[in-house]
Design a binder for this molecule. Sequence first.
Ligand SMILES: Nc1nc2c(c(=O)[nH]1)N[C@H]1C(S)=C(S)[C@@H](COP(=O)(O)O)O[C@H]1N2
Ligand SMILES: [Mo]
Length: 419
Amino acid sequence: MERKKWIWKSLAFGKKLISLHRWNAWTILALTITGIVLFTPVMRELGVIRSVIKQAHVIFGIVSILLLLLYLPLLKKHVKQIRRKYAQWINLIIVLFLIIGWSVSGIILWQYRQFPPSWVNGALLWHDILTWIGVPYIIYHSITRLRWVKKQAKRTIIDKVDNLKLQELKNKEIVEVRHQNPPPISRRSFIKISVVSVLLLAIGPYFYRWLKQATDTGGEKLAEYWVNDRNNMLPPPNPQIDSQKVIGGGAKGNFRIYTVTEIPQFDSVGWTFTIGGLVGQSIQYNWNEFLKLPRVVQVSDFHCVTGWSVYQCTWEGITLSDLLDTLSIDKRAKYVKFISGDGVYTDTLTLEQAAMKDVMLAVLLDGKPLPQKLGGPVRLVVPKMYAYKSVKWVQSIELIENEHDGYWEQRGYSKDAWV
Ligand SMILES: Nc1nc2c(c(=O)[nH]1)N[C@H]1C(S)=C(S)[C@@H](COP(=O)(O)O)O[C@H]1N2
Ligand SMILES: [Mo]
């Protein structure tokens, strides 16, 4: 074996291009598959597998950037080579635009802590837009270049040449013959149009739904949650703000509904809220008792680590520290653990963090009962931390001595959740 052949530098220009193209194709396929899994809300139920997929997505992304770096020195010569081939030109520009856009936004999403939330929001929007455009484009690009499709397209041309008894013509000349006598629609165009139509029909409705949500900064989608809410809880009496006069002006943006189980449903009758663990005497409230606890109102922003935010949420609820102050907490207690009524999701705060005045058990959002999808009847809100701390459907709190990693912290999220 000649060892030399394996060294990148010694490869001929054409071989380098072919090899880069193949590597790039596989990498993008891997990024697409892992990306779609990460994007799809129900896939959050995958738990730890999802974190592995997320890491894989980042690694494939880095590979893709390395391939781009290997390609850049070849760019000048490649551009010269395809100067007159318009289809290839356009393809090159689109693919470079996609890869550079995905890389830049991907790095921001990956290193979200180095950037302000508004940048990360923008990066997520671009990452998604490029995917909606790029993945269908690449599917189209791959299908129209399949050997079978090429053969079908060429067949039309050869049939024609047969008729003209010019069997020995070479490719270039065949093209000229076709130009002299163009058919109404070539087999090649027919295949292309079919591929485009199928892609548009298959992806269109999902794209439309996503676009509506992503571009709706006024919370239209949020308004729908209230209309279709299946929360069976009696509404809280005497809200401090009514929905007509929301202090913050109303939430800006949309929540992506996250859950790691089926969305749980509760009823005023059976619902309870328990505080236990290292306290003198544990307490339990039923829904009516819980609603009698004094509530406050705050306006705060809500940031998910994956890059989306909802600004100016007007939350009304019970200040956690007020509730904790009514208890005699054992000296050994160091953490407050929040347990979701979904039976799976948990997270913790230190006692010190739990004493922050804006940490709240929210019952209303923008003057209306918290919809079931957003964690209603009661969710934790920790404005200064990423939203994985904001446990939905909280039903019990435990004071504990030893550190406990929350659901996503066990699956790779940082224990430091400060925004
Ligand atoms: N019970 C429960 N709480 C949860 C989650 C969850 O999956 N289950 N997801 C967390 C994460 S990662 C985020 S970003 C927010 C999302 O809130 P939303 O579903 O109201 O948009 O809820 C947090 N609290
Ligand atoms: Mo999140």
